[in-house]
Design a binder for this molecule. Structure first.
Ligand code: GLN
Length: 483
């Protein structure tokens, strides 16, 4: 049962073949069995979880059901959940029990979903391998020597190892898509502003966006239907009519124009990844799509631009934990050394400290124009490249990550190599565009490869359609690690 789709599980619940308590217990057993080795969860609270399952069973008995009623879902530990320890992977928050629910948590609760616990993540979502978590690294269930990706690595691992049927993630520069790719699951970062950031601990507020991670694209559509919607408590939440993301899943793909950015297919991608991507594109051609070359001339700059803007926003957020006042355009920390000593004393990990230093530097007097303003201008140019590309194609495809999952420790001492993990994902983040990753096979050492699909603003239903049709023609998404 643990490999079944959300629809199948929901059907079993509706037919009363199984109760939510039974279903939840089955997954809790899997968590108990696998989590000691994989470390995908920071917090598990059986009592809380089973209380929710019981409530879901009451809902089902009264006929008040939706597609997620009684379905177990794990929550990334970046989402505040009332009464739950909410750490964001940091020592800084290691005793923070949230007094309130994030908008996303409220929505899952209202839908009758069962919170299976809080998943491990890179500290404050800063990382691509889950190695920056205060709670220790997460292992990749396909190969315990490998990282699961990050920052939503706990969620990706939990879904891949079938410890839960679905989970949430957040993506600032690639943190849903890259771990989804490295763990062989599906994940989508919707258009910026679609999912509420209320109660989602901020990393870089102009980039952060929540989204679902699951075994299949059909599951993603069901989860996205619950997660999205206007929230007045989030100032960048978009006021749009509610849509059904599953509405176009079955549409045929004839006439689809897939844009292949020449910059993505140049150097950088490893040959095993390239081979899997080419095979996936062949499959798309069989499904009636045509491929056209497009160009995103500024996208090679997306990593440097991201690593100016994201740390700049992060340093402003994190300084709050330190009780430090911060204001744009002011020379706040003349002495970066003081800041460093202060944060070190108060318990941030090394990557967070690095980000605070970079962020403080690029915002400081004399460097603001040279770095921050320039990066903002380039951000606009990166977005304009996509606008132009989407006049020639319906979606853009390429690899999600340049390599398959790397080994634990392989890149942790080399920040630049680590940052390059997001070379293909960060541009869509900077532009606020939706992006997703689906499994398309295996590369070196039999580790999973993901296909990255970028759509135009609000094209989620179309992207899900395109990805679902691929999954109907292939079975990569049904493969599971031999654990
Ligand atoms: N890997 C990127 C970083 O470290 C992106 C992380 C994310 O999307 N949260 O900043």
């Amino acid at each position: 049962m643990f490999n079944e789709s959300l629809k199948q599980l929901s059907k079993r619940l509706a037919k009363k073949e199984i109760s939510s308590v039974e279903l939840t217990t089955e997954f809790l057993e899997r968590i108990k069995k696998f989590n000691p080795e994989f470390n995908a969860f920071i917090t598990i609270d059986e009592e809380k979880t089973l209380t929710q399952a019981k409530q879901a069973d009451q809902k089902i008995a009264s006929g008040d059901t939706g597609p997620l009623t009684g379905i177990p879902v794990a929550q990334k530990d970046i989402f505040c959940a009332k009464g739950w320890l909410t750490t964001c992977g940091s020592k800084m928050l290691s005793n923070f029990v949230s007094p309130y629910d994030a908008g996303v948590i409220e929505r899952f609760d209202q839908a009758g979903a069962v919170n299976m616990g809080k998943t491990n993540m890179d500290e404050f979502a800063m990382g691509s391998s889950n190695e920056t978590s205060f709670y220790g690294p997460v292992r990749n269930p396909w190969d315990v020597a490998a990282v699961p990706g990050g920052s939503s690595g706990g969620s990706a691992c939990a879904v891949a190892a079938r410890m839960v049927p679905a989970a949430t993630g957040t993506d600032t520069g690639g943190s849903i898509r890259q771990p989804a790719a490295l763990c062989g699951i599906s994940g989508i970062k919707p258009t910026y502003g679609t999912v509420s950031r209320y109660g989602m601990i901020a990393f870089a507020s102009s980039l952060d966006q929540g989204g679902p991670m699951a075994k299949s694209v059909e599951d993603l559509a069901i989860l996205l239907n619950v997660m999205t919607g206007f929230d007045q408590r989030d100032s960048t939440s978009l006021q749009r009519e509610k849509e059904d993301y599953a509405r176009d899943l079955e549409k045929p793909l004839s006439g689809l124009r897939i844009g292949l950015p020449k910059e993505y297919f140049a150097k950088g991608m490893s040959s095993d990844v390239e081979k899997a991507v080419e095979q996936a594109l062949d499959q798309y051609r069989k499904l009636g799509a045509e491929t056209v070359e497009v160009t995103l001339p500024n996208s090679p700059l997306s990593i440097p631009v991201y690593y100016v803007l994201a740390p700049a926003e992060a340093s402003s957020n994190l300084s709050r934990f330190d009780g430090v006042r911060y204001g744009y355009r002011t020379q706040i920390y003349q002495d970066l050394g003081d800041m460093y000593r202060k944060t070190r004393a108060e318990g941030f990990g090394v990557e967070v400290k690095r980000r605070i230093l970079i962020g403080t530097y690029v915002l400081s007097h004399g460097y603001y124009d040279a770095y921050y303003i320039k990066a903002q201008k380039l951000r606009r140019l990166i977005a304009q490249d996509f606008k132009h590309a989407f006049s020639q194609c319906d979606v853009i495809m390429g690899p999600t990550a340049p390599t398959v999952a790397f080994d634990l420790g392989e890149k942790s001492s080399d920040p630049i190599q680590m940052y390059l993990s997001d070379i293909y994902t960060s541009a869509a983040s900077l532009a606020g565009l939706p992006g997703m990753s689906i499994p398309i096979g295996f590369g070196d050492k039999n580790r999973p490869v993901g296909l990255h699909i970028i759509g135009n603003y609000f094209a989620e239903a179309r992207m899900l359609n395109i990805a679902h049709q691929y999954q109907m023609a292939t079975d990569w998404h049904q493969r599971m690690p031999g654990i």
